[in-house]
Design a protein around this ligand. Sequence first.
Ligand code: ADP
Ligand code: ZN
Ligand code: ZN
Length: 740
Amino acid sequence: MTEGRYANIIVDISHEKVDRPFQYKIPEALRGKISPGMCVMMPFGKGNRLRTGYVIEVTDKAEFPDEKQKEIAEIIKSGISVEADAIRLAAWMKETYGSTMIAALKTVLPVKRAMKLKEKKKLVRLLSVEETRSLLGESQRKHQRARARVLEELCREPVLPYELVTGKLNVSPSALRSLQEQGVLSIESESFYRNPVKIDSQRESGRDLSDQQAAIRDKVLGDFDRGERKTYLVHGITGSGKTEVYLSLIDGMIRRGKQCIVLIPEIALTYQTLLRFYKRFGDRVSVMNSTLSAGEKFDQCERAKRGELDVIIGPRSALFVPFPNLGMIVMDEEHETSYKSETMPRYHARETAEHLAGLKNASLVLGSATPSLEAYHRAKQGKYELFTLTRRLTGGELAHVSIIDLREELRSGNRSIFSRKLQELIEERRSTGEQTMLFLNRRGYAGFVSCRSCGYVMKCPHCDVSLSQHMGNRMVCHYCGYEIPMPGACPSCGSPYLLGFKAGTEQIEQQLYKRFPGIRVLRMDGDTTRTKDSYEKILGAFSGGEADVLVGTQMIVKGHDFPNVTLVGVLAADLSLNDSNYRSGERTFQLLAQAAGRAGRGVKPGKVVIQTYRPDHYSILRAAEQNYEAFYEEEILYRKLGGYPPAAHMMAVLISAFDEKRGEALGARLSKIAGEDVQVIGPAKASIGKINDIYRYVIYCKAIDYRQLTVVKDKIEAYLQPLALRQESVQFDFDPIDSY
Ligand code: ADP
Ligand code: ZN
Ligand code: ZN
């Protein structure tokens, strides 16, 4: 608890007012007793009426002279509410990730302003059927057609939906009002919550758990009942029964009157997954994701607050659904990079979930087939409790994996992007009617356009990157969306020989048609999945057997089961190793292990072909063996040697500037400030030095202890504050996932 003399307070939590905190003096008697998240009473506005407010910060810095400050009146003891928890969480995020309090608050309070509940109106018959029928006869004689239509329906049904009558029966509201005035019917309305889930299915109870699964359930729930709150890591390959364990744990929580948050990466949040939760828990489950309207989001929060929901499923933002009685957070696929926010505050859902679980006295269960180094490291240190599921419950052997050295292929005269082995196996699948998935590491890879005469590379005029060639002779910048048609001649030397080096998914598709005449191909990448349902549509078509081959980027290696896929080809496995990023080995291992896990999910055995220029890299070898443990041991050694997370911590300081010189100068000053306390690398031009005409610089700070980095962050903020820079901005990214 800070011994500050002032408190910054948000007066009203009706969220549009969050924009502006007000400062109050903390009276002598309350000093040291006030902390962020507390609910207090204080005089507000001209009339000094007492209002409730939430403390978001306690500070020693007065925003205006003492004599002008009003004082907090009292602390409200019962004010420990859902909102208070959210504010405490925001205060922690601000401190841990370096953002403004407002940005943190906007993140944890999911809906900006209260939305009106939707209303449903209905007509209720007040007379008996006989009375209604006689009125109907009368209306028919008088040729009151509209009136007759309503009465006729009312003879059949005592209650009618309002929309049906005004819509399909085409009866005017005024005609209805006169029936209402005559006491024939009443118009009633009820408000209801928008429910984004439109699943209506039979409930199913859980399966009998295997011994391994039951052991996890019993331990976690047993700990819970003993009052022990921990973080658990469930390590098990896809199909080993992790989800079934989550379901039984959630079931246990619901029986204890507790609520659960289930985090699933947006891309894995398929209809199939939802259906499984729905079958088990019915309509006390809901979702929270980016496709919901603001009203739908608001309603899910309301349902959660009132205890009308037991389970919410969604990507990282589902963490902020306000459950009053949270018992457990489940985080599936905890290694996914989408759990890290790319905007301020750049929080990681795993750490945030851990903190939230602490605030709410809840348990945290993480699951993955390829755990993040962070989680596994903590498990090894005994901070998390580790469980391993070793058997695949759907039957199905692990796939047979071959590594193909692409240098060998070239030496033997094969210039195609498909190795001989892969060609042979694709051909074989076509004759048996089985399916193939071809996976390319990255979208638009090497899609740059250059001049064959002088080597000039076409670049985006606003960003420091090359343009990528797309279908229809367009060139596109993947950073700002800038787009121009391919020029007829080289802008530098005038030569007409401009060439796109395309080895993206589009080119693979073209090559497939060429190499295997008549083959049916579906393609899934950023371009083919722009619209809302396209992702599920493509997967649906593929699982319905509408194609022999599915070509795609990372998105195809996640999610669905395709029992008929018996071959997975990884076209350039080492592409992700070329990133200048300390996580590239981990990412490569994860992608390959997941891709290998796609083959042979049904009864037929699967094969995996990994094509690479670096057949002896440990990430590739260990992934081919599906040996996580061995991979971890090699990778953690490298992290320890390099001083990288999780062996140490890093903070990236990002500087954006309109002016190149001023940006450089600011970088140099900040680097000096940071260098007084921690190890500093840079300032350097970011790997993309300019985006949208804004120059970018980065400083990396390294320290064993996370706290050392937040101290440096606070120091930089204190230095920047009085400067009130308008031409430059500075942001922080802790334990960054991407390189800058
Ligand atoms: P994961 O989440 O690890 O991929 P799932 O929980 O989805 O694994 O389980 C994989 C498959 O095995 C599913 O079809 C599931 O219904 C089935 N399964 C899981 N647990 C059991 C069990 N105890 N008995 C029978 N089948 C199970
Ligand atoms: Zn651009
Ligand atoms: Zn040229």
